[in-house]
Ligand binder design. Structure first.
Ligand SMILES: Cc1ncc(COP(=O)(O)O)c(C=O)c1O
Length: 375
């Protein structure tokens, strides 16, 4: 079976895990500090951007909303074509989800439609780069300014990608990455949040560690402060040393990860060209570190194509079922979601891995072609 995801775990990650275990400090410590510094360096963030590692991307989204001051009574605009992690995070802070449609080409939030959803209760908007196509981040910054709202950039898919020559993570209001088991850079589980001020960083540090008011620098020396105050409700969202050690090993090979994923994505686009029913991502993948490779097919074919590919030894995924289809969120406020409804029925993720052999890409593409030749 060709899996949809396949983590790149090599000797470096195994050595890093062992070394971090041998250190004997399993919680948040020196590896986490080194991981944050490396992320800061790779994204080329200005000195006044602050990087904090957390336990998951979802935890990062939760903290981002809290840092943005979002709470009960507030509304958060989010594309319904997004990961349920975003909707859960909004629900956790007690705010109201307002579902917006996505753009048919980029699959990012439709800014024009988002504009129609702004009310005096709108406190923030979550925007997400779907895989290999970046959002219109300049338009989003202008939107935030026009409406006086905070932006949370869910960059779970776009670590290592660039927007107009700028590294993702270096320019957004608040940016969140995921390093979960299937992401381009995995820490097994982990996330990173990037904020703009020292004050926001202090808040993230407190919130990620049970509200404890102790400088992160103490734990970064593999030590613990035994006396501190707690002034606010906090969470157990810090990153662990072994996770950071694995993340550091992954960051050491980000160039090969990005290049091989770009090569595979380009090969897919070329190999699938000319199949009338298949719509491939509208990009040349320049400057991006692709997380997924997705296609869109007519809805009447999506599930039967999945079954066919499975029988042929190719696993596929669905990213995603839209948020407003779920029981928990089907009554949320929403605008016109006609594009999202269509995309949710057409979208299909094909296997994409770091260092994926191009022969495997061509094999998968051939199977897709074979399906449509018979259909
Ligand atoms: C767009 C998006 N946001 C957030 C998350 C959540 O990240 P994590 O799995 O690290 O909690 C994911 C995970 O798949 C995602 O795809």
């Amino acid at each position: 079976m060709v899996p949809v995801f396949k983590p790149l775990i090599e000797q470096e990650e195994i050595d890093a895990s062992r070394e971090s275990l041998e250190l004997g400090w399993l919680g948040m410590g020196s590896y986490v500090s080194a991981f944050e510094k490396k992320v800061h360096e790779i994204i080329g963030a200005p000195a006044d951007r602050h990087v904090a590692a957390v336990s998951t991307g979802t935890a990062g989204l939760h903290l981002a909303l809290l840092v943005a001051g979002v709470g009960p009574g507030d509304e958060v605009i989010v594309s319904s074509f997004n990961c349920s992690a975003d909707f859960q995070a909004i629900s956790w802070v007690g705010a109201d989800i307002v579902f917006c449609d996505c753009d048919d080409t980029t699959l990012a939030i439709d800014l024009e439609r988002a504009g129609q959803l702004v009310t005096p209760r709108t406190k923030a908007m979550i925007v997400m780069d779907y895989d290999c196509i970046m959002c219109d981040h300049d338009g989003i910054a202008q939107f935030a300014q026009d409406h006086g709202i905070r932006i949370i950039h869910d960059a779970a898919h776009s670590f290592g990608s660039k927007y107009k020559g700028r590294m993702v993570g270096s320019f957004s209001d608040i940016c969140v990455f995921s390093h979960d088991p299937v992401k381009t850079i995995t820490c097994l589980d982990g996330g990173t949040i990037i904020v703009k001020t020292e004050e926001e960083l202090r808040k993230v540090h407190e919130l990620r560690l049970l509200g404890m008011q102790q400088p992160a620098s103490v734990m970064y020396q593999n030590k613990r402060a035994w006396t501190f105050d707690v002034e606010q409700v906090g969470f157990r969202y810090h990153m662990l040393n072994m996770h950071a050690a694995i993340g550091l090993a992954q960051l050491g090979k980000i160039d090969v990860i990005s290049q091989t994923r770009r090569d595979a994505s380009r090969e897919y686009n070329a190999a699938l060209a000319g199949i009338a029913q298949v719509r491939v991502p509208a990009t040349d993948f320049a400057d991006v570190n692709p997380f997924l490779y997705y296609i869109r097919v007519p809805e009447q074919h999506r599930d039967s194509l999945r079954d066919f590919l499975k029988a042929e030894g190719v696993d596929t995924g669905i990213h995603w079922q839209p948020g407003h289809w779920f029981t928990l969120w089907k009554h949320c406020k929403a605008g016109d979601l006609s594009v999202t409804d269509r995309v949710g029925k057409e979208i299909l993720s094909l296997p994409l891995h770091s260092k994926m052999p191009l022969d495997t890409v061509r094999l998968v593409a051939d199977k897709v072609r074979q399906y449509f030749a018979q259909a």
